[in-house]
Ligand binder design. Sequence first.
Ligand code: FAD
Length: 301
Amino acid sequence: MNRKMHLQTVLDDVEKINGFSFTKHTTYGSGGVARMAYFPKTLEQVSAVYDYLKQSGKDFVPLGNGSNILAADSGYIGDVIATKYLQQIEQISPNSILCYAGATVTQILNFCKMHGLGGLEYLVGIPASCGGLVYMNGGAGGTRISDSVNKVHIYDGEFKVLTNKSCHFGNKHSIMRDIDCLILAVEFKVEQKSAEQIDADIEFYLNKRRIQPKGKSCGCVFKNAGEISAGKLIDEVGLKGLTIGGATVSCEHANFIINTGTRSSDVYALIQEVKRRVFEKTGILLEEEVVYIGDFNDSFG
Ligand SMILES: Cc1cc2nc3c(=O)[nH]c(=O)nc-3n(C[C@H](O)[C@H](O)[C@H](O)COP(=O)(O)OP(=O)(O)OC[C@H]3O[C@@H](n4cnc5c(N)ncnc54)[C@H](O)[C@@H]3O)c2cc1C
């Protein structure tokens, strides 16, 4: 079988959804549809989907758990590569585990607990996939995922392994955001720890989250401005409770925008209004942490 026929055979086996709904697959619970979503289950399938989309010149976007995405109501003229079924986790040395991109924080912590491996408890409660977290360099309680990463396996037309250093991690940033790649798997540092201690540490971090606002959100909308907390800034400008349509700046945590409605355009308009007012009062231009998918230019139409 030649390479083209092989690629087609692999592609035919990949699970697909026509008219993929962002409303159903993001924590904001809003947004239109993408033309098609692919759900590869193996690395061969991931690379086949990536190669196919690249060769056919189609736009596409990787999707983890959809917990940091605002998709336009008009949808996305392109395809989605969803990592949901790439969930394998294995221990590869006494002090490291390998997690495929679609493994969720909950699955990773369950695995760690079962194997007496600690060090990642600070992630508890983040509704993310491993790939999304590393792409965004997410974290909590002053620790970033970059503190726990040994290596990142990516595909950009070739299978590559990046060291922690070559990921150039920064404030909600990694080099994976600058290159057109898919994160396939991540090697994390872990340490031997008893299940009781892991439970206690998880409880400690969960307690810190008890005040987290409820409702549909993406967590924090804005990056902190250097040492300045974006939430504190928004609060000081007096924007808690500011509402546009179904979107409201949380009264509990000003960096959360809660979507009580169904329209991404309301959330987007409120984000722009918060930026405008904070800039007007403080001269600081907040930068979004949330990732936009699709075209928001016609949002106010
Ligand atoms: C209630 C709530 C609480 C939150 N708390 C926190 C918190 O404490 N700390 C924190 O850092 N974040 C938090 N977040 C935000 C969010 O969970 C993180 O940003 C997380 O990293 C997003 O992961 P995801 O798998 O959902 O990625 P998605 O939202 O699916 O995608 C985010 C970006 O990553 C890209 N991406 C995803 N997977 C891959 C991949 N395999 N390869 C290449 N690119 C990829 C997407 O294209 C997109 O650009 C919270 C969100 C919510 C809703």
